[in-house]
Design a protein around this ligand. Structure first.
Ligand code: SF4
Ligand code: SF4
Ligand code: SF4
Ligand code: FES
Length: 763
């Protein structure tokens, strides 16, 4: 340890610590502008200059490492004058439009101007007056307000790894822009905007809607994917104005993706009903909440009396909290007395590796998933490992992804070839000499091998299982899809498993139950079954059931097929917990109230109607969970990692299959902006990606004689489907990618996830 004195305060620090870090430890404030703790030291603004005893030169605190017995002085008149002059220089051309700048009130330049008492501008220069750039759908760029701290450029390069923006020109001509002023080649993550200390990069979804000092803040967990990012919900009068990160909080370390950051408009959506609805003579009419609960409970009682308990089924969505999912299965099992609890989630695969394992991995394989799109913040961790000199990243996928920039090797294969290559890799792991021998040796002999894969593709799960048997130290990372994909499994909401993964005596198949006319009443908590390809053929049979009660924040396609609908809260409107892909349980905190109840309240009220006494209280429900779920006994509900009994179930076996005999191999695309029914409700996300696009290679586009945005007919067997095309050279010729989670694509993907189709220009 080194001993350093900062303004007379002595601290002991590790070698390599900067003066700035040592000062923080000593509780001494040094002003900064271009420094960010998650970025490489830059030393551009000089605002952090300090005096070091014995040194004739001033030093930048953010870049200078301390030496043993160093004495630092941070606050002399000379230093303050220099800092003041630096701020004055920054203000020479800076438009003083603070009253109309969205950054007003949380701008570092404003704060430093105040701190150093800059009351006059001594230089006689005119403020810049360049046009404001609105070519990025989410980020406004006003180069006149830029102080050239470089944080945006560095975060886009060092962490996001996209390099969408850079310093353009030199000297006084320098500005932040895109290469040749082309449109932003951007992931819309908003990371650049989040680190901009001034009003140069602004959130367009929030722009001019509120002032920061009016906003209240609640820390909670993102309600989109299973990364489990900590978000700060900013709101006033129950209206959410923006979602932000906190660099000091959460597993995401201040990073978010486009969905998490900009996709919050669904919470405020005017399309959200507040009154429950009941179908009468084919028409829905609004009823009050108690009326809806009475109708559901009365109907359930009569169905159970007439047809028995097993005529009822409960379907649970991974959007529910752990507490809600637990109550849903308890209602089915302990009150209705049926094991017919179902979800579209999987317990074949359970969490194993975590973020730290991924980031510190020395050999990492990402197999058949575009992790940068499906789980963007996990994607950043993969990029961290990929960038490290002492680690190697190998990616197998049907098209190039942003991981290409950091991968040691990126194997692009058509789906039919991809699995043959995987077989070769498995054989190489068994000692066969082939083109993957080197990779196999490295992977097997690694200290920290990691395998990231798609847990919903059974063949991929089987491959992961084999990998785990052949590579002793491997950590598996199943990239689960939704915010509580794992939690609802743990809470006993997948077929055949009770809370704590305890097996039930009987299993249940929803399709069989509906097709075989065994199910007469179906309670659907949050799931939008009607857009799921797997149920496309039987979804209309819901009309024949005696009761289909649906809860959802929106009156979904599934709700339309039901006979009772109760609008419920989104993630920002409730307390509880989610369990992320790592198996980490995290606390959810209610930020706003939109005048609807949560699924938790609906379940508590239904249970009470059946004479079961339980309070709508998160802590009380957690006590019940801890009593009945051994995995959650004594868990820390805000950050605890669940210990799972297995990683991949035994006996998983699957064959890759591709149906059809067309010329093009069609495979499901992963989308950052869309992954389900929530994202389509956020206006700005939908503006950027409003309909499912068929991605094809430029060569194929030429062959088909189509241009960007033209329509193409996808022919599969006798059926034809029409989609707009997106021409992208990352898609290999002879293949086409299409997102699966749209109601328009559900009928096609009902045939299978991988299809051989024909493409014809649509006229
Ligand atoms: S939004 Fe993300 S990808 Fe786009 S420029 Fe900013 S940091 Fe880079
Ligand atoms: S746009 Fe913002 S973050 Fe980027 S260099 Fe300018 S002031 Fe810094
Ligand atoms: S990565 Fe997932 S959890 Fe994180 S902000 Fe994006 S959608 Fe939300
Ligand atoms: S904060 Fe140290 S040089 Fe900018």
């Amino acid at each position: 340890m080194l001993t350093v004195k900062i303004d007379g305060v002595e601290v002991k620090v590790e070698p390599g610590t900067t003066i700035l870090e040592a000062a923080e430890k000593a509780g001494v404030h040094i002003p900064i502008m271009c420094h960010h703790k998650n970025l490489n030291p830059f030393g551009a603004c000089r605002v952090c200059l300090v005096e070091v005893k014995g040194s004739p030169k001033l030093m930048t605190a953010c870049t200078t490492p301390v030496a043993d017995n160093m004495e630092v002085i941070t606050n002399t008149e000379k230093l303050q004058n220099i800092r003041k002059t630096l701020i004055e220089l920054l203000l020479i051309n800076h438009p003083l439009d603070c009253p109309v700048c969205d950054k007003g009130g949380e701008c570092l330049l404003q704060d430093l101007t105040y701190e150093f008492g800059v009351t006059k501008v001594r230089f006689d220069e005119k403020p810049n007056n360049n046009p404001v750039d609105h070519t990025n759908p989410f980020i406004e760029r006003d180069i006149d307000r830029c102080v050239l701290c470089g944080k945006c450029v560095r975060i886009c390069d060092e962490i996001v790894n996209v390099e969408a923006i850079s310093f353009i020109n030199r000297g006084v001509e320098t500005y932040i822009g895109t290469a040749f002023d082309q449109p932003w080649n951007c992931e819309y993550c908003g990371q650049c905007m989040s680190v901009c200390p001034v009003g140069s990069l602004n959130n367009r979804v929030y722009l001019f809607k509120n002032r920061p000092w009016h906003l209240e803040h609640t820390e909670t967990i993102c309600g989109y994917c299973s990364c489990g990012c900590t978000v700060i919900v900013d709101y006033e009068d129950n209206e959410v104005y923006r979602i932000k990160e906190d660099v000091d909080k959460g597993i995401n370390k201040g990073l978010l993706c486009a969905k998490g950051r900009f996709g919050y408009e669904l919470i405020n959506s005017t399309e959200r009903p507040v009154a429950p609805k009941v179908k009468e003579s084919g028409e829905f009419k609004d009823v009050d909440y108690d009326g809806a609960i009475n109708i559901i409970s009365d109907k359930l009682k009569s169905v159970v009396e007439k047809y028995g308990s097993d005529s009822v089924a409960v379907l649970v969505s991974p959007r529910l909290t752990n507490e809600e999912a637990f109550l849903a299965q308890k209602f089915a099992r302990d009150i209705i007395k049926t094991n017919n609890v179902y979800s579209l989630e999987t317990a074949d695969v359970l969490p194993d590796g975590n973020y730290a394992d991924v980031e510190s991995s020395d050999t990492l394989i990402v197999f058949n998933i575009d992790i940068t799109e499906s789980n963007p913040v996990l994607g950043y961790s993969v990029r961290v490992a990929g960038r490290r000199e002492d680690s190697d990243l190998y990616v197998f996928y049907p098209n190039l992804t942003p991981l290409k920039r950091v991968a040691s090797e990126f194997y692009v294969y058509k789906p039919t070839e991809l699995y043959k290559e995987a077989e070769k890799l498995l054989k190489a792991l068994d000692g066969e000499n082939n083109e993957y021998s080197e990779l196999a040796d490295k992977f097997k002999n690694s200290e920290k091998p990691v395998f990231v894969f798609n847990p919903y593709n059974l063949k991929d799960v089987e491959i992961a299982k084999q990998i785990s048997e052949k590579v002793e130290k491997v950590k598996l990372v199943p990239a689960k899809a939704k915010n509580n994909s794992q939690g609802i499994v743990d809470m006993g909401c997948v077929n055949g498993l009770k809370p704590g993964l305890v097996e039930t005596e009987k299993s249940f198949d929803l399709r069989e139950g509906i097709e075989g006319d065994k199910i007469k009443a179906l309670l659907i908590f949050g799931e939008n079954l009607a857009v799921k390809p797997e149920y496309f053929d039987i979804i209309n049979l819901l009309n024949d059931l005696e009761l289909v009660a649906v809860t959802d924040p929106f009156f979904s396609e599934t709700a339309e097929l039901g006979n009772v609908y109760i609008p419920v809260a989104t993630f920002a409107e409730k307390d509880g917990s989610f369990t992320n892909f790592e198996g980490r349980v995290q606390q959810l905190n209610k930020a706003v109230d939109k005048g609807v109840f949560s699924d938790r309240k609906v379940l508590v009220d239904l249970m009470n109607k059946f004479g079961f006494s339980v309070k709508d209280d998160v802590n009380e429900i957690r006590s019940l969970i801890e009593e009945e779920n051994p995995l959650y006994k004594g868990i820390d509900w805000n950050g605890g990692l669940v210990k799972y009994p297995y990683r991949i179930k035994d006996g998983i076996s699957a064959e890759f299959s591709i149906k059809g005999d067309g010329e093009y191999e069609l495979y499901p695309a992963f989308l950052r902006l869309h992954s389900g029914s929530y994202t389509r409700r956020s206006y700005d996300l939908s503006k950027v990606y409003g309909e499912p696009l068929l991605e094809i290679n430029p060569e194929d586009a030429k062959k088909l004689n189509v241009n960007e945005n033209d329509y193409v007919t996808v022919k599969f067997g006798k059926d034809s489907y029409k989609f707009r095309v997106n021409i992208d050279k990352k898609i290999p010729a002879g293949t086409a990618a299409l997102p699966k989670d749209f109601k328009e694509t559900a009928p096609l993907f009902f045939e299978g996830s991988y299809l051989k189709v024909d493409l014809i220009k649509h006229i």
